[in-house]
Structure formats: C-alpha cells, structure tokens
Design a binder for this molecule. Structure first.
Ligand SMILES: O=P(O)(O)OC[C@H]1O[C@](O)(COP(=O)(O)O)[C@@H](O)[C@@H]1O
Ligand SMILES: [Mn+2]
Length: 650
C-alpha cells in the first residue's frame, strides 16, 4: 500500500515538479471550492420538439432572465429587461427587428453593449478565470476579458471601457460583438445539462436536437424508452425498426427518416400503395397537425398500416424466440378470427374496426410475406449503415446511461419496478434475477452489448433487450403492464386501451419507499432527490410534480404537443443553482417567431422547491469532492518534498 502511494506521488510530482507549483495548485483548487456551485439544468421528454427545446436551452428555464433581474433590479423597466433577455436568446433576429424601428442605432449599440457587459460580468463571476477563458469566442476573447474583468488599479475606468466600446462601434463590429456576448451569457448561465430521457419520437426534429446536444458544452443523458427504441433500431433490431417507422408515420414525420437520416422508405411506400390500394386504412389516421396534400396523406396512412402489420408480426417472432420475456400474452394476431373480423381477448370477443389483412396468412400469422421480408432486410441494412444515425447513437452511448447519481440527485427516466407493497420487484433477465440498481445495471450492460459484443449470441441478446426495455412491463423505462398498441388501433372499447402503471407511480408519496429507492443508489441524508420524467403531470387536474414533500420531482417536460391538451401546460423543467432547486412550469411554445416578436419566455410559473440556507458552493458538490481529494494528494506530495522522500525536479 505504502509502495503504491509512493508510486502515485512520484507520478504526481511529474505534473507538479516543484514545491512552488504544487502549492500554487493547492491554492487554486481551494479557490475553486469556494466559488458558488454551477447551475444545473434538467430537461426531459423533449420528443422531437426542437424549437421549444432550443428556446428553453437559450433561456436556461428562466435563469438568464433571473440574471438580468439581479443585475438591473429596479433601475430598468420590466419591458426593457424582457427585451434585453430576448436579445440574449436571439441576438441576430432581435437586432434585425430593432434596426427597423430604431433611428439612432449608435446609441442603441452603446447602451446594449454596456448592458450585456454587465450581465456577462455577473454570469462570469461564478467561474474561475480559466474556465471563462475557455468559453470565450476566439475573435473577441481578449477584448471581452478586458471588459468583464474588474480593473481595480484604473482610476478612470469609465473612459477606459467607453473607449473600447466606441472603437467596437466605429470599426462596425458592434453586431458581431453583441452576438458573441449573448452567446457567452447563454453558455455561462448553465454549467451542466441533464436530459432525463425521450429525445425521440412524436415531434419533427429529434435529429436536430441531437446535433445541438453534440455541441453543448457539458451534458449527460438518461436514456428514455423512446431513445432506447431508436438505439435498438440503429443496432438493427427489427422490432425496434418497425416501431420507429410506425411512430414516425403516425405523427406524419417520415421525413425525419428520409431527409434527416437519409433512410430510403421507397420500398415500403410502393408496397403499401399497392397492397392497400383500395383500403381507406381508417384506423391509421395521422396524429397532430400536418401540412400534407391529400395524396401525401393517403400515402402516409397506407405506409402507417403496412408497417404496423409488419411490426405485429416481427414482434410475435421476437416474443416466441424469447420465452423468458414472458410476453406471449401480447401476441394477438393468432387470436383473430379473420373470417368474422373479431378477436378473442381473455375469453371476451371484440369486433375489429378494420378487417382487411391482405398480408396475413391465418395459419402462420406471424410470418412476413416475401415482400415484407424484403422490405425489412433493406430497412435493417439502411439503419445499420446510416452514418448520421450511428453517430447520434454513439453520442447517446458515450454521454448516456440508464441512470445517474449527480450531486445527491438520482436521475432516471421512468421508474424502479416495485411490488404493490413497495418492495423492489425481482425481474428475470436471461435466466438470472435482479432488482433495483442491479436491474438497471444489467439492462444497461445488455444495451452496450447490443452494439459492441463480439459474440453473435450476446449481441443478439443485447439487441432484443433494447426492444424489451421499450415495452416490457418489467422495464424501468416503461413501467406499465402492457403497451396496448394493437388495441388502440383496432378496438373501439376504451377499457382495452388501458395501460396500467407500475405501483411505483402511486407510491411516490410514501417516504419509506422513496427513501429505500434513494438508499439503493447510495443516497441518504438531507437534500437528496429523485428526478424522473416519462409520465405527463396532469396539472390541469391539480396534480403536482412535487411528490413526497419535495423528495421526488416528476418533471415530464411535456414538450410533446400531443400531450399538452391533456396536461394543460407544456410541462416542467428544473434548475439547480447555488440557491436551491427551482421548478419551472412552461406555457405551450408557439413558435420562435412569436417568442421574439412578443419577447415572451415560455415559463409561466416558477416554484422554488428548495431554498438552501447557505449558498451552495463547489465544495458541496461531487466535483468538490474530487477537488478535495486532489488537494489532499497534493498536500501529501508537498510533505514528501519537504521531508526529502521525493526531490523537486527542477
Ligand atoms: O400517444 P401515442 O404517441 O400513440 O403513444 C402512446 C404510447 O406511448 C407510450 O405512452 C410510451 O411513450 P411515453 O414514454 O412517451 O409515455 C405507450 O405507453 C403508449 O402506448
Ligand atoms: Mn417515456
């Protein structure tokens, strides 16, 4: 042990070769520990709504506006503060508008630059000089640093700053400078972003969101069931591929696949148009609003039906291949009486709303026709070979996982499968039993195997496991007793559409249960929380996102337009800054245009969940723990230098 420690100190002395260097580092680290904790921003269930996502990201769920308020207080009107905030979110667009209205732009530049510099100073003051420097835009790095650093030794500070600002305006760089400052403020306002799952499906731009996330300075992702579905599809799992296409078709979003990812859907389209030529496919109408022509719409609807039938067949095969998934109950095609157009569900007969199944052979209902097989083969190849999709999935794999413990908060998308009595449910995965944290871990290991395992069998298991995580009742990401897709398309009886939630969701007010979950992930004591998404909070019905006295925060982002009618709002986001936790309820997002025009933020309400007594510092965070360890090691090194066990390397 001693030997190992000595070796470690020797290595450390290579980085800090002198007493002076090691002690400077100790002083620097100690200074960081005393800075206020960086702001964390939590978003979930974005569901392809890239405009609303970009807006919330730009305004830091109200954080930018709070900064503007803190800097200018009552010295500026609320309208001016809002205009300044909008400028920070959308500098280019806002300036275009201002130019049309203002007759003295020089004055406007001067005032605006001055204001932005003040906000920038305040946002940067939380960070070390070196961190701010790293965030500075290359072109203006030197000047911005001059402007935001207090110059105590200058007697006439004002004229010094004025000179710089005047020069910027004179050389016609004011606009670029305003843009650079605005982006810097956005960048510094949020230190770290958590995405608690479900980037994909329903909305039109998940690929645009992924591109944005890949450029973001600091982010982690807890995979949602919809993300896993896309990961499975990208790994070539047929059940996942069929579901991905079906959901895109359902929401009129097939162009995500065609234009966004360059996946060719022509074979499916041609097949659907010929197979369902005279079929109105009434059960397969599109959700949400689309701008399709009648002809386009007809094609989407037919493709929607074609891929749904393929999905039910392919899923039947996966279920039969994996009896351990215990999902035979979800195989429904063989229970259809194709002559009568009825289905037998647990002894009860139901009439099907659509009786036309030209591709199903009643004797072998789960077998794909030659054409369907051909389509699936081509799609499988297209998903596997799509470079952009694979790149997005690699990013999810690198930055993501099924859960995360971060600064005393436990983050996951769905739930912890529980029994009725609140104990953790034992779940069998390929013959072995797991629960709680171990269940999460084994599932995550299979997801990674689905991409990286060398051995074919293990890889296949990994792939099938992604489909399992998407919809199995024991999946912590799904957490419902069944996914009633078939019933929702084909049966009128609403009771068959019901998807019963795992007891987890009704036990969230039970402190014993909540504590046991937190403890399972190593969390105990004060100021610990579970943050999860997945289930829309029906605030219209008085439901609160704050459960168990604030220990659990269910922040389904509700970005998804399809769900806003049900919930009454556009969901919640969470901010954890040095003063505490702030939950923001959002109003539906109209459009970027409207946000600039009206200068509206989309948050309607901010609820302070927890206000800390003393402002939290870096010292109180996970990063702080690591820094303290580093300081301790460096102090050992200093001791070794001073006692002569290690010599300085000058
Ligand atoms: O309303 P849609 O888009 O058809 O989706 C409904 C399906 O989505 C699910 O709610 C899963 O998606 P979420 O993870 O967003 O809840 C299923 O339980 C349900 O069958
Ligand atoms: Mn979900």
């Amino acid at each position: 042990m001693e030997d190992l420690k000595f070796k470690y100190l020797e290595r450390l002395s290579e980085i800090y070769p002198t007493i002076a260097q090691a002690s400077t580092e100790v002083i620097n680290l100690q200074a960081i520990l005393n800075l206020p904790k960086g702001t964390e921003h939590f978003l979930t269930d974005i569901h392809g709504e890239y405009e609303a996502f970009a807006h919330v990201l730009k305004n830091g769920s109200g954080s930018v506006r709070r900064k503007v308020d803190a800097v200018f207080g009552n010295t500026m009107s609320s309208r001016d503060k809002q205009a300044l905030a909008t400028l920070i979110y959308y500098p280019r667009e806002k300036m275009d508008r201002v130019k049309k209205e203002e007759n003295n732009m020089e004055d406007w530049y001067k005032i605006t630059l001055y204001r932005l510099i003040e906000v920038c100073k305040r946002t940067a003051s939380k960070y070390t000089r070196s961190k701010v420097r790293k965030a500075l835009p290359k072109d203006f790095a030197y000047v911005i640093e001059e402007l935001i650093t207090e110059k105590a030794e200058l007697t006439d500070k004002e004229s010094y700053y004025n000179e710089i600002v005047n020069t910027i305006i004179r050389v016609r760089r004011a606009e670029e400078f305003i843009i650079a400052l605005s982006e810097l403020i956005q960048r510094l306002t949020v230190d770290h972003l958590h995405i608690v799952g479900d980037i994909y499906d329903r909305g039109p731009g998940p690929h645009i969101i992924m591109d944005k996330l890949m450029q973001y300075h600091s982010v982690d992702i807890q995979w949602g069931n919809h993300d896993i579905l896309w990961m499975g599809a990208a790994a070539g799992q047929r059940g996942c591929i069929a579901n991905v296409i079906r959901i895109c078709a359902r929401y009129g979003n097939l162009d995500i696949l065609e234009d966004g990812y360059g996946i060719n859907l022509l074979p499916l389209a041609t097949f659907a148009l010929s197979k369902y030529a005279d079929d109105p496919c009434e059960c397969f109408g599109l959700k949400g609003s689309t701008s399709f022509t009648a002809q386009e719409k007809e094609m989407e609807i037919k493709m929607h039906k074609a891929i749904s039938i393929i999905q039910f067949k392919v899923e039947g095969q996966i279920i039969r291949k994996n009896p351990g998934f215990k999902m035979e109950g979800r195989n429904l095609l063989h229970r259809i009486d194709f002559e009568k157009g009825t289905i037998d569900l647990d002894g009860q007969k139901y009439e099907l709303l659509d009786k036309n199944f030209p591709t199903i052979d009643p004797r072998h209902p789960y077998t794909l026709t030659k054409e369907e097989e051909d389509i699936m083969e081509r799609l499988e190849r297209a998903f596997l070979n799509c470079e952009k999709l694979q790149e997005h999935m690699r990013f999810l794999l690198n930055k993501g996982g099924l859960y995360k413990v971060y600064n005393n908060n436990l983050l996951y998308h769905g739930c912890i499968p529980l029994n009725e009595d609140g104990s953790m449910k034992q779940v069998k995965i390929y013959g072995k039993t797991y629960k709680g944290k171990e269940l999460y871990e084994v599932l995550e290991s299979y997801v990674r195997k689905g991409f990286f395992a060398v051995e074919t069998k293990e890889k296949e298991r990994g792939r099938d496991m992604m489909w399992y995580i998407w919809l199995n009742e024991n999946s912590p990401l799904f957490g419902k007793d069944k996914m009633a897709t078939f019933e929702r398309y084909f049966l009128a009886e609403k009771e068959t559409h019901l998807e019963k939630k795992n007891p987890y969701y009704s036990l969230l007010e039970n402190e014993k249960v909540v504590d046991s979950i937190l403890a399972e992930f190593g969390l105990s004591g004060e100021c610990i929380h579970i943050v999860n998404g997945h289930v829309p909070v029906r605030s219209k019905n008085g439901e609160s996102p704050i459960k168990c006295g604030g220990k659990v925060l269910v922040i389904d982002g509700g970005f998804s337009k399809a769900y806003q009618k049900e919930t009454g709002i556009a969901g919640y986001t969470l901010i954890y800054n040095s003063y505490g936790l702030i939950l923001t309820a959002h109003d539906p997002f109209e459009s970027t245009e409207a946000a600039i025009e009206k200068g509206s933020d989309i948050h309607s309400d901010s609820i302070i969940v927890k206000r800390v007594m003393a402002r939290k510092r870096v010292e109180d965070t996970d990063d702080g723990k690591r820094l303290k360890e580093r300081i301790r090691d460096l102090e050992f090194l200093l001791e070794a230098y001073r006692s002569g066990r290690i010599t300085e390397k000058i």
